[in-house]
Design a protein around this ligand. Structure first.
Ligand code: CMP
Length: 407
């Protein structure tokens, strides 16, 4: 292949990688942070425009402005969709695939489908020469785009997902309760109110409205026994609804405490060691990693401190302050492993040279990772051993080869 062509390919790949990082986790750079915030503002503005369009007085007065918002949103979201599709080959789980396989896999992800639905109504309206308002519901789906740009929403989604079994259990109990109370109410009041509680499906409507504590009042018991059944059902509803709320709240607060920021694929992709893991293993590892940002000059670990975790540098630079000299570590390097593995105190002080993004792995999770993936454990242990040897040499002066072998 000609060198000029090679350079072109290299440049286009580098550009695609940069675009992927910007779209996946651009908050790291100033432009990226601006881009993410601009998309959030546009999503909110375009959803607000859809809502206000339905108010005749506002539509009459600000119709042009609402149309302009819609037009800008369509242009930006279409470009964003195309850019995401173009650089989906950089997404770590798809890197081993061919470009077309990666794009098809990306197209089928829920987030990609939401992105498509955010723009599709506009083009469909053109195609079928129909009124844009027919697709109003689809346009409101844009709101879900926010989930991608909001770490908190992602954490909430994870919290719900991780508690899905407990939540399904609650749903099962609620449905059973609705069935039982509807059946009893039907038996008790079918003669007094045949039009409202004459069938179990009718009584189910009453049971759901009562259990959820909504109580429209359009169906209410008239017999004394019916009133007792209704009271017990309403009380059971309060208790049962508190259960899923409590489950989600606990799981959410644990998830928030566990990681202040969501660890993104592009952050993990910066650590070469993780390239050896399968996509499923990386996805699992991401649940244990926390993201931490260290400002310039911030001390991350201090010599002599107790160690609870090790760190991977996703971007930026840190300086290891050894007794006799300093060592600089950059993107893809790790530190803090020595004290965790040996269960000793920190052997050096480490500070951020520039603003640094770190992935933090708890001691217990590191042990779990080493157990599951011994090859990763060996890599970390080998690096720790060679660092220890260098540090000992630094402190003791030159050692004879026999002395080094002894260590
Ligand atoms: P730990 O002892 O947990 O905390 C300080 C960290 O500094 C240590 O783990 C290593 O990760 C890192 N470190 C120690 N010596 C060196 C070295 N010679 N080169 C690079 N990093 C080092």
């Amino acid at each position: 292949m000609k060198p000029a062509r090679l350079i072109r390919i290299y440049r286009s790949r580098a550009m695609r990688r940069r675009a992927y990082e910007l779209l996946d986790d651009g908050t790291w750079t100033r432009f990226g942070a601006f881009f993410h915030q601009a998309i959030i503002v546009l999503v909110i503005a375009s959803v607000a425009a859809v809502v206000f369009e339905t108010v005749p007085s506002i539509q009459e007065r600000y119709g042009r402005l609402l149309d302009l918002i819609e037009l800008v949103a369509i242009i930006v979201f279409t470009m964003e969709y195309a850019a995401r599709l173009w650089c989906s080959t950089e997404h770590p789980p798809y890197r081993h695939m061919t470009a077309s396989q990666a794009r098809v896999a990306y197209l089928l992800t829920p987030t990609s489908i939401i992105d498509l639905l955010a723009v599709l109504p506009f083009y469909l309206a053109f195609l079928f020469e129909s009124d844009l308002k027919v697709f109003i519901l689809f346009r409101l789906l844009r709101f879900f785009k926010l989930a991608r740009y909001s770490p908190v929403m992602q954490t909430l989604f994870d919290a719900v997902l991780s508690e899905r079994r407990a939540l399904l259990g609650c749903l099962y109990i609620l449905v059973s309760l609705a069935l039982v109370s509807a059946s009893i109410m039907h038996l008790v009041e079918r003669e007094a109110q045949p039009d409202k509680l004459g069938t179990i499906p009718d009584a189910m409507y009453w049971a759901v409205v009562t259990l959820t504590t909504v109580g429209y009042g359009d169906v209410s018991p008239v017999t004394p026994l019916g009133k007792v059944v209704a009271s017990v059902t309403a009380l059971a509803g309060i208790v049962m609804l508190a259960l899923p709320v409590g489950i989600i709240a606990t799981s959410f607060s644990q998830a928030i405490q566990r990681r202040a920021f969501v660890v993104t694929w592009s952050m993990v992709a910066h650590v070469p060691m993780f390239a050896k893991l399968s996509a499923a293993d990386v996805a699992e590892l991401m649940r244990y990693l926390q993201s931490q940002t260290a400002e310039e000059n911030e001390v991350i670990v201090r010599r002599g401190d107790v160690a609870h975790s090790m760190y991977f540098v996703a971007s930026g630079q840190v300086e290891v302050d050894l007794i006799t000299r300093t060592v600089t570590l950059g993107e893809g390097d790790f530190f803090g492993e020595m004290a965790v593995i040996r269960q000793t105190r920190r052997s050096a002080t480490i500070r951020a040279v520039t603003k640094t993004k770190l992935l933090v792995l708890d001691a217990a999770d590191l042990r779990g990772l080493i157990e599951r993936r011994p090859e990763i454990g060996r890599l970390i242990e080998a690096e720790a051993a060679s660092r220890r040897l260098i540090d000992d040499l630094d402190q003791d002066g030159d050692l004879a080869p026999s002395e080094i072998a002894d260590r």
